[in-house]
Design a protein around this ligand. Sequence first.
Ligand code: SAH
Ligand code: SF4
Ligand code: F3S
Length: 449
Amino acid sequence: MNYEAKVKELCEGKKAFIRTFGCQLNENDSEKLAGMLQTMGYVISDDIRTADLVLLNTCAIRENAEKKTFGAVGLLKNLKEKNPALIVVMAGCMTGETHVMDKLRATYCHVDIVLGSNNIDAFPRLLYTYLYEKERVFDTEYAGVLPEGLPTYRQDKFRASVPVMYGCNNFCAYCIVPYVRGRERSRKAADIVREVETLRDNGYMEVMLLGQNVNSYQGGGDAFARLLQQVSDTGIPRIRFMTSHPKDISDAVLDVMASRDNICKALHLPVQAGNNRVLAAMNRRYTREKYLSIVEKAREKMPDIVLTTDIIVGFPGETNEEFADTISLLKAVRYDMIFSFIFSPRQGTPAANMADVLTAEEKKRNFDQLLQVQNQISKEKNLQLADKILPVLVEGRSKTDATMMTGRTDGGKIVHFKGDDGLCGRIVDVQIQTPKTWNLQGEIVCHSN
Ligand code: SAH
Ligand code: SF4
Ligand code: F3S
């Protein structure tokens, strides 16, 4: 059955609104869900009030992400009361949690269709079932094959994300992802390369290769280094990738990065904590020393590499002394930027049942200290860029100041500068004049392409 065509018969010209929570993998799924909706005749709209279909693509990583989502689902009830024909769809990682599914079934009766993060390709069939059989549809089953060639409605004209693998096998003690996204599955290199070539041919300047742990692509070893090489061979101007797990990143990956001009010298290498007992309790499977040796190696090969990380503050059992090791690690590495989170217990993960040593207030105090230390480092690192001339990929007008353009350096730092819309999608040389903690300001010196 051609489900798309059958849905189109009923839905041609209707409006769909999508809201995405969570990480770039979810953003990428949303672009595919939007692509499928377009194929089924829908027009993608950014006005929720006039939409005929609202899709929430959800994230389960921390409790506040779930709270926000349930808030949004609650609001949809009013919208559906005003417009009973509204179709409400829930997708994403929260639908992989049993307690969420139970709640949706029992108390959120205005949610019509629930699909999982591993069966987005089933969306046309589920929408067909809802429209023609007139019943609520709950289906989150993975069919066993990775979908290829789904239509994609890309948000951006110059930068695109390209998943290389789905799922995660690591079971870090705090993390819900392996439960809701399932085991690792890698795409074929040929499919990835073809996608990047098409993007290149369509004028895309940058791709971000995505996976929860890209270094275990196709089971690990040097497979990811080889993939990077192949993607680099396409000649697309900029390649980034995330996330790298410190236990799996190989020398070969660092070597390929160092030897290829079109692989950005930026590495996101989540450390989570600086203390070995805490790292072991988190099931991260590397030590502080091993981590620092990777950083040293990366800097030897790429002296200007931009390093970023994720940190969890207040993992159960973490003491103030152990937390001090995270602060000292920050000072030892001197990251350009960090993403930090206070531990949030996730139902079903081992850490959810571990006992705390610190109170919520102590955790908050440590969190604030972490930010303070990092802000100083970020500022100092940016100050080192004063007067330097850096190639910047122009993204568009600055959101905070419409007279300025905004773009990113090879290392991923945001730069604001004067210019015009015609520069969008081009790489220009910008001389850095005013480095700040969170961004850089500068002036164009010449166009390098
Ligand atoms: N796959 C990536 C991270 C995915 S989740 C990796 O392994 O690094 C992004 C970040 O969210 C994690 O790096 C971690 O710092 C944070 N995180 C995950 N679960 C969390 C939890 N239960 N509480 C607080 N932060 C969490
Ligand atoms: Fe979660 Fe760990 Fe997998 Fe990252 S590697 S997604 S933190 S389980
Ligand atoms: Fe959230 Fe799922 Fe990503 S839990 S962070 S959307 S993989």
